[in-house]
Design a protein around this ligand. Structure first.
Ligand SMILES: [Mg+2]
Length: 350
């Protein structure tokens, strides 16, 4: 087997750069793209100049304005960012037979067949910059995990982990940098005394296997630089469908919230019907004005195809969430999962 060489690419300040592509007069200025309830709540992306003032993603806009008086706030335009993303991936597709997108501005490319992966990266990033106007950061290594860590370490810019140097690269790094590790696993590892990859590498592999199953074994091999992994085209079937409604004002009337929720649920059920799927589990989360939450879920005995039964169960679970409460509701989330294919016959002869 040829050693895998996986390139991870990630757009720099992606949303802001999209705004600059559309309005070149924004270049070089302190710009943020903002989202949230009224499109001006939370900073989603900040330009380099805005960052120099201390402005960061996730910050409230009023705070960002306090830090930077000249700040330009652009409301988020997801549809436009998706169009630019499609153009970016069209360019990436010319540089590799396999490109696996992971988010709007991020993806993996298989460069295993290239004699010089770093040279290929330089051609590719120049093409994306010239043809689309986006600046990319990149990481090249022998697995998805490693190449993403390389991007994050080298950002903005490019970093390659040379073959055989993986363990050395990982050793001093914090385990929390690993994408998808999650608070829960990071805390469980810290309880074993493992905060860095070098700590994991020094633990007995059996212990990791016992505590974390297959994932633990993979992590141990990875920390020891022994986890080369080919890039696979992922066909991820839908495993969950959900909708969230944030009210533009806090609602005290629970009947109205339930009505809104039922409308959202019916949209989900219509979507599932188009995809010929039926849910077996349902969940409701209610977020109150003081940010406290209540949630409830239900598992049907078999995948449930009848909308009226699902809606009735949703109403029951919603009442469970708000029973005994007096607080206003700020946000409602409905989710359906454990999806199975609906028998085609039922669709034809309901
Ligand atoms: Mg990015």
């Amino acid at each position: 087997m040829k050693t895998p060489r996986i390139l991870h690419v990630d757009g720099d300040n992606y949303f802001v750069t999209c705004e600059e592509i559309l309005s070149p007069t924004l270049r070089g200025r302190a710009v943020v793209v903002a989202g949230g309830r009224r499109q001006d709540g939370i900073v989603l992306s900040a330009s380099r100049r805005a960052k120099a003032f201390g402005v960061k993603s996730g910050m409230a806009c009023f705070r960002a304005r306090q830090l930077c008086a000249e700040l330009v706030v652009c409301p988020a335009r997801p549809e436009v960012y998706r169009q630019i993303s499609a153009r970016m991936f069209a360019v990436l597709n010319r540089f590799s037979p396999l490109v696996v997108p992971v988010s709007i501005d991020e993806g993996f490319l298989d460069l295993s067949a290239e004699a010089d992966g770093a040279a290929r990266w330089h051609e590719l990033s120049a093409a994306v910059s010239r043809e689309v106007g986006l600046a990319l950061s990149g990481g090249l290594a022998n697995s998805r995990w490693a190449s993403k860590l390389a991007t994050d370490a080298g950002k903005p810019g490019f970093l390659e982990i040379a073959a055989g140097r993986e363990k050395e690269f990982l050793s001093p790094r914090d385990l929390r940098e690993l994408s998808g590790i999650g608070e829960h696993r990071a805390d469980a590892l810290a309880a074993l005394g493992a905060r860095k990859f070098s700590d994991v590498a020094a633990l007995p592999s059996m212990l990791l296997r016992q505590r974390f199953g297959i994932w633990g074994q993979k992590l141990w091999l990875f920390a020891n630089g022994e986890w080369p992994e080919e890039l696979l085209a992922e066909v991820r079937p839908r495993t969950m469908i959900s909708r969230q409604k944030t009210f533009s004002f806090d609602v005290r009337d629970y009947c109205r919230v339930l009505q809104f929720g039922t409308v959202e649920l019916k949209k989900l059920l219509a979507q599932l019907r188009r995809e010929q799927l039926a849910p077996r589990e349902l969940g409701v989360t209610v977020r109150f004005a003081d940010f406290s939450e209540a949630s409830a879920k239900h598992r049907f005995r078999v995948a449930q195809e009848r909308d009226e039964i699902i809606c009735a169960m949703f109403a029951a679970k919603f009442r469970e969430c708000v029973s005994g409460q007096t607080k206003s509701v700020r946000q409602l989330r409905v989710a359906l999962w454990n999806l199975s294919p609906q028998p085609a016959q039922r669709l034809l002869f309901p």
